[in-house]
Design a protein around this ligand. Structure first.
Ligand code: PGA
Length: 243
């Protein structure tokens, strides 16, 4: 695992964009995952800027959705699909056809989760995954406890995640209680993983993820055992004494 400490959020967004562009340049048809949330917004703005300058192409990318609220209508503007479309796909001219959505209202969720994982396998596995870090240690909505071999599945959100999403939904009572998450198994098998974390509020959980015991109680701790992981964190999230 390589941990890169940068000064601030702007530097994090730049360094993360360097990493993503290097991945896409090495493998223009990469099968890839990108997160939603506050942390990647600067990264997506920087990718859009570089894309407009013609520094990389997106026409062959094959994306998989990392997580989705369970039961939201396909075109609900609060869905992660719509969020990613606004923040990443549209600015980078990535067609909706290049993104495999999660089956977020399947009648047989277990079978649908299996089919989603089979689609990742058929794509050759994930070439790279960019991930944020939940305050409770989740990767995507793989809420604790999450085993390393967990497949794509429906789960109940923890209080911490409901609280974090409350602003987005206009109140905690409006946050869906369940989500479907791309499983830990296909995520951890990605050939390259980038974890981004910013801000003092992530300091404790980042330390537990990188230096604490590897445990389902902190799903991100399994990154300690994954093949090629890069972590980019600003000094607020990863102060020098934490190295
Ligand atoms: P954030 O979310 O980027 O909004 O902090 C990260 C996460 O919950 O995965």
């Amino acid at each position: 695992m390589r941990v890169m400490r940068v000064n601030d959020y702007g530097a994090l967004s730049q360094a993360a964009a360097d990493w993503v562009v290097a991945q896409i340049t090495a493998r223009p048809d990469a099968a890839a995952v990108f997160p939603t949330g506050n942390t990647p917004i600067g990264l997506y703005q920087e990718l859009a800027r570089r894309y407009t300058l013609g520094l990389f192409s997106t026409t062959q990318l094959r994306l998989f959705l990392l997580d989705e609220y369970w039961g939201l209508a396909d075109d609900d503007p609060r869905s992660f699909y719509m969020w990613l479309t606004r923040e990443l796909l549209n600015p980078l001219s990535i067609s909706p056809r290049q993104l495999t959505r999660l089956p977020s209202h399947a009648t047989d969720p277990e079978a649908a989760g299996c089919a989603f994982d089979a689609a990742i396998t058929a794509a050759g596995g994930l070439d790279f995954a960019v991930l944020g870090l939940g305050l409770n240690g989740h990767l995507g909505y793989n809420e604790p406890p999450a085993a390393a071999d967990a497949p794509t599945r429906v789960l109940t959100l923890t209080e911490s995640s409901i609280e974090s999403a409350a602003g987005y939904f206009g109140g905690r009572d409006r946050v869906p209680r369940q989500a479907i998450a791309l499983g830990m198994a296909p995520l951890l098998a990605a050939r390259h993983i980038l974890l981004i974390a910013s801000g003092e509020q992530k300091r404790d959980i980042l330390r537990r993820a990188l230096k604490g015991p590897v445990t389902p109680e902190v799903p991100a701790s399994f990154l300690q055992q994954a093949p090629a992981v890069t972590v980019i964190a600003d000094t607020a999230a990863w102060p020098e004494g934490d190295a």
